[in-house]
Design a protein around this ligand. Sequence first.
Ligand code: MOS
Length: 761
Amino acid sequence: MSELALNTNPAHARHGANSGQPLTRLDGPLKVTGRAIYAADRRPAGLLYAALAVSTIARGRVAYLDVEAAKAHPGVVEVMTPKNRPPIAVDPDLRDHPFHLKTDVLQNDRVRYANQPIALVIAETMEAATEGAALLPPRYETEAARAHLDANESFTPPVVGIGNPAVVHKGDAEAGLAEAALTIDATYETPAQYHNAMEPHAIVAAWDGDRLSIDTPSQGLALAQGRLAGLFGIPPENIHIRSPFLGGGFGSKGLMTGPQVLGVLAARLVGRPVKLVLRREQMYGPVGHRPLTRQTLRIGSDGDGALTAIAHHTKTASSTFDDFFEPASDISHTLYASPAIASSHEAVRLDIGTPMFMRAPGEATGSVALESAIDEMAQACGMDPLAFRLKNYAEAEPISGKPFSSKALRECYARGAERFGWARRPLAPRQMRDEAGLLVGWGVGTATFPALMFQGQARAVIRSDGTGVMEIGAQDMGQGAWTALAQIAADGLGLDIDEVEFRSGASDLPDAGIAGGSAHTATAGMAIHGAGADVIAKLADLATGDQRSPLYGAGNAGVVARGGRLFRRDDEGRSESYAEILTRAGLGEIEGRGKSASDPAAQSNYAMHAHGAVFAEVKVDPELGQIRATRLIGAFAAGRIINPRLVRSQYYGGMIWGVSFALHERAVMDPRSGRVMNPNLGEYHVPVNADVPSLEAILVDEHDPYVNALGIKGVGEIGVTGTAGAVANAVWHATGVRVREFPITLDRLIGPAFLAVEPSA
Ligand code: MOS
């Protein structure tokens, strides 16, 4: 069963009951007191420790490993290489499912990217395993690495993202550009980024015959279970995965990665439980990343500032052996109304690990380029960038022509602008200074993210003591998903949240779908809602069909569930408690099931997105070019808000990613060796507290009756989408210099244009 019954932990702060209430995280006390058990904390009896040896070259083959030296090291039990790796049932380079990426699990001596696993040393202690791995010193036959965007022939990918067409035209963009009064043509570059979750990928695996127990962080338990079942040729139900806590994921824990599979193989090889924890630098290759992009935006507008065309072209990279193509151009089909929009993608194959979805894959990269380009167009038109957006934002989804299922974007612009004080913004750049003489700039960006749903299931129980249970294999990466889901569960069961045992985080619970695509609360929440309704209907059936019940004859639809009782809808004076109903029926408990999926009818009539507007202030040192984001205000409309505290926290997180994208994050690739040169949190910069500006998130009320019965949209990824562009636009407004290479660092800013302007007197 599941490891965790969250509500048996009483210490979470209460502010009221259930949905809509800003409860603190139910698992918060466990985390801050160190009682939350993460995968790498597990130590089953007989445990051995594995250390990965990874390739230092990006392309070639491993010619020699000194396996004997490693094996001779005290404490080392075994060394796993392609020669002795246990068999797996399917070719790891077979792509038989959109979510089964090809993977490196020691199938041969080829090296396809730097940091690829080439051996695993298994020992009695972690130290012995690590030392053993250092005794392997591999020799390679090295081939020249292809490690930058122009290092290989380019081609049009078959699809981008998960199955989107690479080239899409709506109207005639070239004609729209030709007839435009004003055009801009600008190229933006974004670097490779790595997920850098705080918790590295870790696994503790133990075999018992053909049964497998695993502790590993996962954003998609059922998907992981299915993938491992396929690889090892055993039924999924033979595999039990526990993932009660994740120290972040950001997409990198969405699918089972090669190193996690290697942990399972190592346990098979030695016949004992094995723990493998990736070192930080080993996460720069085998567990996915956001690929670099070079995006060209050509935009046309008429003399009045109305768009006539958007042409968005992206060049990006995948690995030599698998397909993941960042769908960066797609966002241009969802945001601004233009009679003609063309998106296209082009890719090269490089000697890199296969990219993966990472924090708004496509939307984040595409939005920073589009929002910069829209700003450049506003500037060309001599218009305020917010006024330009208000003139051109779409009332219906441009690509499909379908109306949005709700329309709160205009209100997001208005509320954000009001709160920010946007009306005081001078049109020209480099007009504002603070009291210390720093240049001050204000920028705006539009945020958007699709409102997705996957398929999910849940099981609900009401017990004869009047309490409830909700079971769902949901994943909480730290965002507070379980807390929001427990709130939905309590409402669905007509109970207080403290009366519901919420069980989650293990693969033997009903499949909640993947915690990705900002779809988890909607997917899992709707399954929970359905399970609650099902069990309440059964309970009502028991009561309304029993002459001894005060509810007799009311019919299921004639009762409401609240506070652990069923009430007659037409006469609330007649009610009965769950406990009374079950006890009289002689039942210890009663169960219900729920399922969720998006509604195809609603989807064929409406385009479903969350929307928002982000306003940013930056300050730039006029002599040194040092940039600081100082103030961010985002206004977001994302349907029904289950827990405003957690939703704000998600928006803050997204907005901090946006600052990070605009000003900090960058994996520096050595084009000769094909190695990432800053594979650590010291040199791969993410914002620390001192980099995080004053943040405010405005929750704009939005009732979306079409997206799902609860009206829930996702909030996990939208925050990054408007923010990175808003920050970039603010840097322009502060300095008059447009940097089109991200992140915007001072060396990229302080060119001749920056210095040409007189510093402050
Ligand atoms: Mo997210 S990149 O959908 O985990």
